[in-house]
Design a protein around this ligand. Sequence first.
Ligand code: NAD
Length: 399
Amino acid sequence: MAARARAGRGGGAGAGGRGAARAPRGARAAAAAAKRVCLLPGDGIGPEISAVAVEVLEAAGRLEGAEFAFSEAPVGGAAIDAAGEPLPASTLEACRASDAVLLAAIGGYKWDTLPAKERPERGLLALRAGLDCFANLRPAYVLPQLADASSLKSEVVSGVDIMVVRELVGGIYFGEPRGFGEDAATGARTGFNTMVYTEPEIERIARVAFDIAQKRQGRLVSVDKSNVLEVSQLWREVVSRIGADAGNAGVDLSHMYVDNAAMQLIRNPKQFDTVVTGNIFGDILSDAAAMLTGSIGMLPSASISESGPGVYEPVHGSAPDIAGQDRANPLAMVLSAAMMCRYGLDLPGVADRMEAAVSLVLDQGFRTGDIMQEGKQEVGCKRMGEALLAALEEANVKA
Ligand code: NAD
């Protein structure tokens, strides 16, 4: 199935539904300055939260003089239904032809009985691999309005603002050899994996991390297990070498063992600014850091590549239990779109406006069901979208 494309309301032009994000010649010229975003609404609540994110992006873009040209393509279960596979070639092509990919969520009951290799989730892995997204960025910040939602004391978590930079395509999840065998001495069954990193793999993730740290508070903690693992000794050596580059002089680099990092995240999370680590440690630590915030409906993420488009998506899944009921929280999706503007499209002003609007609607007391608190106003996905648009205007008038 061909990807669909449509013009952004901010004046950006896209293709007229003729496949893979290609615009007619004239329209392409008119949209020269427009950022090309490939939208993958996916399944479940995906289309609902995508609609809100697109409206908020376009409105924030208009206020900053930025334009977006959206194309849209199926992924996950929607793509299985439409094209028989979770990541059709036309979808990958549309993503590659864009400046950034904005993905909602995939999966649902309907496809749960398919064999693992044919399930919607495969589409996600294939997308990240197809775009060579090797760096996963997972912010964990506690909005003051929601500090009570954390399972930790609010004085421990309020003000937390951490970015975990995780290597995504290497390490023990991909290392060879791997498999099952037999212990030579006892004949007992064994299972084994290989934790391996090459110097260039460490160098490129380290460069991303230093770059991000520079855009944040300039403090970078590299997490490893170099007291036990040779792969971590190389990791530490290479990260330190990249840290010594003249361009990274402004970043304060320190190292921490992963067991201590896990403890410190719970004990005193405010000490962290940016964290860089390998695939398996990052998998675990980013989930732990995310849970400091207390709400899955609020968490964005990004997976970025060396030079091509990155994938920006909420951490949560497709929430099939509430799909189509106007009950989804669109804020993680909106914050993912803001990350896309900051890290993928070089539009920090648009990102600032979107993040400020999220903060303002929470100040105003709007809450979807998943983050509802006593005395606040419960709203659905659409109403939250309207509140965000009003908040963008209100903040603009005050500014
Ligand atoms: P989930 O994140 O979809 O839902 C967990 C719970 O959180 C549900 O009760 C859901 O209603 C709620 N929730 C999640 N996001 C919400 C939001 N924005 N607003 C309000 N409530 C929200 O996880 P799950 O139930 O384990 O998985 C459901 C499907 O999503 C599965 O098919 C799974 O494979 C898929 N999944 C996809 C992704 C992804 O697309 N990146 C990630 C995780 C799970």
